[in-house]
Design a protein around this ligand. Structure first.
Ligand code: BGC
Length: 405
């Protein structure tokens, strides 16, 4: 049996656009229609059903919950801030607090207001100032009840999918745009970090804990060739650590938020830059189980990733870790095996203080639509009926006792 510390944060994560429904002022809304993708539509109707959802969260023994605030609801038109939307999020946070659940709030989780995207989005020089105005409004409104903040969710995923691969809005395919967004997001975090701390000081509230949620993969060399090993080291830096190195140098991380899902198996056949940076093993050289989207399931990679963070000497919260799969028994096996690796890394000196499963409930999985099922709770999208999965009940035992068998 494995025992986690008493004060460990246990819970699950969601993001506004994926669960709330009806986010008509966000840039994904028109894009889904144009791109012929599943429409997020009503999603899980969490905007209305949050009280009922949080009753489930409480019944599952969670003591923490990560959610995001939707910028496009708060500021539907430039400079026009909605008190009504802000009040909604205040109510949401209170609904968590009144159930004894620690809220952890993300300010940017992939979506932007349409007006923001239409005027250049994250490539435009004004983006940082615009983001900060929104952060200022939200932080002041929630400071009294929120301690944990994630400024930006997965900057590396956002700028690569939206500005390099052209897979997400605005579907750019430009190295230079991606580089601009990379720089702007870093700057946005640094400035937002300072702003949030300044506001808490001004309001004389106990210090906040501010970070980003960094997407990290277990980057593993498939073969022992110099090319593959060299590419592995380069990708480890560019994909996983570069942003963290920079933000820790700026002293703007109070903890590290880690999102971990999968392995990235590096197999490089020649020295072309594209191969060095992107080529992966296509030959199933190191077979492993896959989730419903074909991602490798690689629990030992979580320990690997956590150990790579030791050098920063900061607390770590697993802000997302999850599996989309139809066979729920595999979900429990996934949680169990990943938690064992969290514990292993803790034994080797990584100060992990929380684990949030992705996701609380099935939801809108971006360009993949509603088919992938990540949830601890099953959603019937026709009736909006919630059904707690068996894996959620087993995870609840861990959340209640801190013990894993
Ligand atoms: C994102 C989530 C997403 C999940 C599964 C993370 O990259 O933060 O929004 O649903 O992975 O793909």
């Amino acid at each position: 049996m494995i025992q986690f510390p008493k004060d460990f944060y246990w819970g699950a994560a969601t993001s506004s656009y994926q669960v709330e429904g009806d986010n008509q002022n966000a840039d994904w809304w028109p894009w889904e229609k144009l791109a012929g993708k599943d429409n997020s539509g009503q999603a899980c109707r969490h905007w209305e059903l949050y009280e009922q959802d949080f009753d489930l969260v409480k019944s599952l023994g969670h003591n923490a919950h990560r959610l995001s605030v939707e910028w496009s609801r708060i500021e539907p038109r430039e400079g026009e801030f909605s008190q009504k939307a802000m009040q909604h999020y205040r109510d949401v946070i209170r609904a968590l607090r009144s159930r004894g659940i620690e809220p952890m709030v993300t300010l940017h989780h992939f979506t932007n207001p349409i007006w923001f995207s239409d005027s250049g989005g994250w490539t435009d020089r004004r983006c940082v100032k615009r983001f900060l105005r929104y952060c200022d409004f939200v932080t002041r409104a929630l400071a009294a009840e929120v301690r944990f903040w994630f400024t930006v969710n997965e900057p590396t995923v956002y700028y690569s999918h939206a500005y390099l691969w052209g897979m997400w809005p605005p579907q750019a395919k430009s190295f230079f745009k991606m580089k601009a967004v990379h720089d702007h997001l870093n700057e946005a975090h640094v400035e937002a970090y300072r702003l949030i701390h300044k506001i808490y000081k001004e309001l004389k509230i106990i210090e906040p804990a501010v970070s980003i949620a960094q997407h990290m993969q277990a980057i593993v060399a498939c073969d022992q060739s110099i090319k593959s090993r060299w590419a592995t080291a380069v990708r480890e830096y560019w994909y996983n650590l570069e942003v963290l190195d920079r933000l820790t140098r700026d002293k703007t991380l109070d903890f590290i938020g880690v999102n971990y899902y999968s392995r990235h198996l590096v197999h490089v056949h020649n020295w072309w830059i594209g191969n060095l940076l992107m080529e992966t093993c296509k030959d199933n050289h190191h077979p492993c189980r896959k989730n419903a989207l074909g991602w490798d399931i690689y629990p030992e990679g979580l320990a690997q990733v956590l150990l790579s963070l030791k050098k920063y000497d900061l607390p770590v919260i697993i802000a997302e870790n999850g599996i989309c799969i139809d066979d729920d028994q595999q979900r429990w096996a996934f949680i169990q095996s990943h938690l064992k690796n969290v514990h292993l890394a803790m034994g080797q000196g990584v100060h992990v203080t929380g684990y949030l499963y992705w996701s609380l409930m099935d939801n809108f999985e971006w360009a993949q639509g509603f088919a992938p099922r990540f949830g601890l709770i099953d959603i019937d999208y026709k009736t909006q009926k919630r059904t707690v999965r068996e894996s959620a009940k087993k995870y609840a035992q861990v959340c209640r006792t801190g013990a894993l068998t």
